[in-house]
Design a protein around this ligand. Sequence first.
Ligand SMILES: *[C@@H]1O[C@H](CO)[C@@H](O)[C@H](O)[C@H]1NC(C)=O
Ligand SMILES: *[C@@H]1O[C@H](CO)[C@@H](O)[C@H](O)[C@H]1NC(C)=O
Ligand SMILES: *[C@@H]1O[C@H](CO)[C@@H](O)[C@H](O)[C@H]1NC(C)=O
Ligand SMILES: *[C@@H]1O[C@H](CO)[C@@H](O)[C@H](O)[C@H]1NC(C)=O
Ligand SMILES: [Zn+2]
Length: 285
Amino acid sequence: MLKILIFLYFISAINTSTFFGHKKYTEFEIGNLNILISVPHGGNLFPDQIPDRTEDGLGNFKGDYNTRPFGEELSTQLHGLFGQKPFMVYNNLHRRKMDPNRNSSVCCSSQTPNLECHAAHFEYHKFISDYAKNMSQVYKYLLIFDIHGQSHKENWTEIGYLLGRNELNKVLVEETSKSSVNSLKESGAFSMEEIIRGNVSFGAFMEREHFRVVPSPSIKRPDQGGYYSGGYITAAHKSQKVNTIQIELTYGLRKSIAVAKLNAAKLAKSIHDFYKFHRFYLNFY
Ligand SMILES: *[C@@H]1O[C@H](CO)[C@@H](O)[C@H](O)[C@H]1NC(C)=O
Ligand SMILES: *[C@@H]1O[C@H](CO)[C@@H](O)[C@H](O)[C@H]1NC(C)=O
Ligand SMILES: *[C@@H]1O[C@H](CO)[C@@H](O)[C@H](O)[C@H]1NC(C)=O
Ligand SMILES: *[C@@H]1O[C@H](CO)[C@@H](O)[C@H](O)[C@H]1NC(C)=O
Ligand SMILES: [Zn+2]
């Protein structure tokens, strides 16, 4: 009982607040829950003084439509379900100017180096690292969800765990340590197959909210369909304590703000049930 009281005291002592990075290019909300939501491609600022990116090897400069309102509603809904607030990080710059989901060599135009662009990239990632540092003193294990959008013709939502198409197309997922949820794997009693697409996987919790999602118990592998396995954010912040999960929302889930909000509420429920099932509430108090 005393432990619980101390814990509640500690949690309420963390000030929740919103603040901005340099020139409001990035935006942050301090939470008091061990969940961070990252929204890197929902920004719409095109400042003249930051040169356009033109040389991304992967050639993608398009923003992820309506992921900003999706993220805001996800935060509201998670707060409602948990009674605690998630940490939020938004990139307000358009992806053509700065991409947080690329490493620091290619996140900004590399032809015309720009300190302000690099400052925004640095601040985005510093906030995530600080979240991991701060909250791992309270909780044993942490979660980060990196929210994106795609419009592949399969109309499915793609969950990225840093396992590529070849690995997922196998009959059974190998017992590898390279997934972004290796922390969950090490701390629990489940096989990779169960964690990635069994009934305890995040895909299973999304399916229970009626999302069409790969990998999941119903759609185990992408085969030759459109699939993103996770980017720089997912790779850079994975650790022994931190599980990172990339979520690539299909277009139909965010075709309008109203639709995005309904689906954000369903995703919040999936996250909540997944969190409870895997006991992410375990803390040091
Ligand atoms: C940064 O990303 C680019 C493109 O994805 C890659 O070619 C390069 O090796 C990466 N650099 C570092 C330092 O990781
Ligand atoms: C982490 O904790 C430090 C020290 O209390 C605080 O200044 C900072 O805002 C916190 N950052 C995050 C992301 O929690
Ligand atoms: C995807 O959605 C579009 C538009 O709603 C529809 O025309 C198409 O048939 C769907 N494709 C699949 C594979 O469900
Ligand atoms: C998953 O399936 C196993 C075996 O069928 C069952 O015992 C277990 O209760 C299921 N777990 C969930 C979360 O549905
Ligand atoms: Zn994206």
